[in-house]
Design a protein around this ligand. Sequence first.
Ligand code: GMT
Length: 389
Amino acid sequence: MKIGITCYPTYGGSGAVATELGIELAQRGHEIHFISYAQPFRLPHFVERVYFHEVETARYPLFEHHNYSLALAAAMHDTVVRNDLDLLHVHYAIPHATSAWIAKEMLGHDHPLKIVTTLHGTDITLVGQERSWFDITRFSIQKSDGITAVSNYLKDETVKHFAVPGDDIEVIYNFIDPKLYDRASHPCHKDTLARPGEMLVLHVSNFRPVKRVRDVVRIFERLNRKVPSRLVLVGDGPDRPMAMDEAEALGIKNRVRFLGKQDSVAELMACADLLLLPSESESFGLVALEAMASGVPVVASRAGGVPEVVEDQVTGCLGEIGDVEGMADAAVGLLSDHATWVRTSIAAKRIAAERFAADVIVPQYERYYERVIAGSPAAEPELAATGDD
Ligand code: GMT
């Protein structure tokens, strides 16, 4: 297949998933065209059958606001025509699904283009529900030929808030490459981040209010009272200063390090003992899956789709949103009993590989694309057993 992929190219789970999907599909023989305003951050320099088309926004004194959505639609149209694409797969509904619909309208009946939209999270749970964005979000989703959601939770939210029939949404989980997250394949940085005998606790996010980074620092402070540890925070965003202030106020500034945005999450995961993810809202929690694949137990809130990824008491522990004390106790339990940690780490790695490996998930996308191109995206009802031999 010849597939165009549009995503947010900078940091973020949806961009990471979209890029890794494109690379995996190219390795399976498909031709992949990324269309975005910058090269996706997880795209290495050269991958066979992968092309990148940069969206250029025209500057003109009259355009006080950049017309990115229109420029993207024009770039999508151009890329489809020049490369004879079969399908555009857009990640995050706004504005990508809208631009894709415009590109399709421009093509008319001459080119039978199909659009698949993958819903990732706040496009449904936050941004799309804002009054001014609601109608265009719903319209753009409904105009897609295929819709996927990264968890059953997100599918249900889409059905509930946007009145999209459940049968029109295919749940396809996010995935990881188990080889990339194999701890043994990375150099160990633990001695540069923690002292001997200390535990290394990691948090990775975009530091937006939904991530509750203040809770991360508070959970860590309670954990550190009982288990000597260091907290390493990766990423950047609006709540980073607040997290820094909290660490200072709690008197643990020297135990907390902010690394900012980092390209190699896998390398950092490889030396971590625990991941904290106490989010307010999380449609899936890709970083939790990345931790599990690295054999790192996860302490997270029971938010949104997280319980579909992290199995409570098996691959980590889940607490109620805002229950700092409960999540701190769970972290202490995991890090103070070596046998429990080892059991959880092994289960995390195994479940990540069994349920969420690229080899399990990417073929689901391929089959879905085929159904969308054939005009019948809805899953076949399971054949009822007749009882006849
Ligand atoms: O929706 C967002 O807030 C952004 C998005 C992103 O680009 O990182 O995150 C969402 O998509 C990820 C990939 O599918 C999920 O792992 C995250 O859970 C989800 N974020 C939220 O739901 C807050």
